[in-house]
Design a protein around this ligand. Structure first.
Ligand SMILES: Nc1ncnc2c1ncn2[C@@H]1O[C@H](COP(=O)(O)OP(=O)(O)O)[C@@H](O)[C@H]1O
Ligand SMILES: [Mg+2]
Length: 232
């Protein structure tokens, strides 16, 4: 579904990604693991056109999308959920969801009721202002809001970061349900344990280069690789 081939991305003159390649097949959950500063967010921003690569090719469903504007990619069904959330503080939880509704192109069928079914905790606080939510609630709302746009492919940037263990556990289950609902997911994370539990395949990025890719079993068993690039 998504093919990234040999991308080089820069911030000004700083060369950040060095020939990053990865693939995500339809209805897979794939993780991109790496330490802070490894290039995970830059990879995601390259895919959705916020920091277009200077070199390399990105394809979505076989069509080249390299450097296309973020809004065009959103229309194609690609949704990026940044790690800094971007919830509207003055709107209630319900309003944050309602303004994100977009008609499904390829089914999806998400609406407020279904999103509340997936995140019951949000239903209970539907009338609370976005600015009065805990970190965990904001994370859930950010994902819920993305679902209201009926995406086919979501890029989840550090969904577990800063969450209490009990919320991490709940979110693992919710991400599994996204896969069951037919979504394709790329997750960037440093939380190796949780991420490996919910992914089908994984990549490790370090200093802007993909150092490893393989099955989850291989990643779990390969302590040398994990120690070298992930410090766990
Ligand atoms: N806006 C920016 N301008 C310049 N350098 C940046 C910017 N954002 C990130 N970087 C640098 O790019 C590298 C990769 O960052 P990032 O992709 O955010 O890593 P990660 O998401 O894996 O923590 C880091 O060295 C970081 O300092
Ligand atoms: Mg990041």
């Amino acid at each position: 579904m998504l093919e990234v081939e040999g991308i080089h991305t820069f911030y000004g003159l700083s060369h950040i990604l060095f020939g990053v390649s990865l693939r995500v097949e339809l209805q897979e959950v794939v993780c991109l693991l790496g330490r802070n500063g490894a290039g995970k967010t830059t990879t995601m921003k390259s895919v959705i056109g916020i920091t277009p690569p200077k070199q390399g090719i990105i394809r979505y469903k076989g069509e080249e999308i390299t450097g296309k504007a973020p809004y065009l990619l959103a229309r194609k069904g690609i949704s990026y959920i940044p790690d800094d959330r971007r919830i509207f503080a003055d709107l209630t939880v319900g309003e944050n969801l309602e303004i994100a509704i977009r008609e499904a192109k390829a089914g999806g069928g998400w609406n407020k009721e279904r999103v509340y079914e997936l995140f019951p905790a949000l239903k209970n606080i539907g009338s609370r202002k976005g600015g009065c939510l805990s970190g965990g609630e904001q994370k859930m709302l950010a994902i819920a809001r993305a679902l209201m746009g009926n995406p086919e492919f979501i890029l989840l940037d550090e969904p577990f970061e800063g969450l209490a263990p009990i919320l991490v556990h709940a979110l693992e289950g919710q991400i599994r349900k996204l896969r069951e609902a037919g979504l394709t997911v790329l997750i960037a994370e440093q939380n190796v344990r949780s991420t490996l539990r919910i992914s089908d395949r994984g990549y490790i990025i370090d200093n802007g280069q993909i150092r490893y890719h393989g099955s989850i079993e291989d990643l779990r068993d390969n302590e040398d690789i994990r120690k070298k690039y992930l410090l766990v």
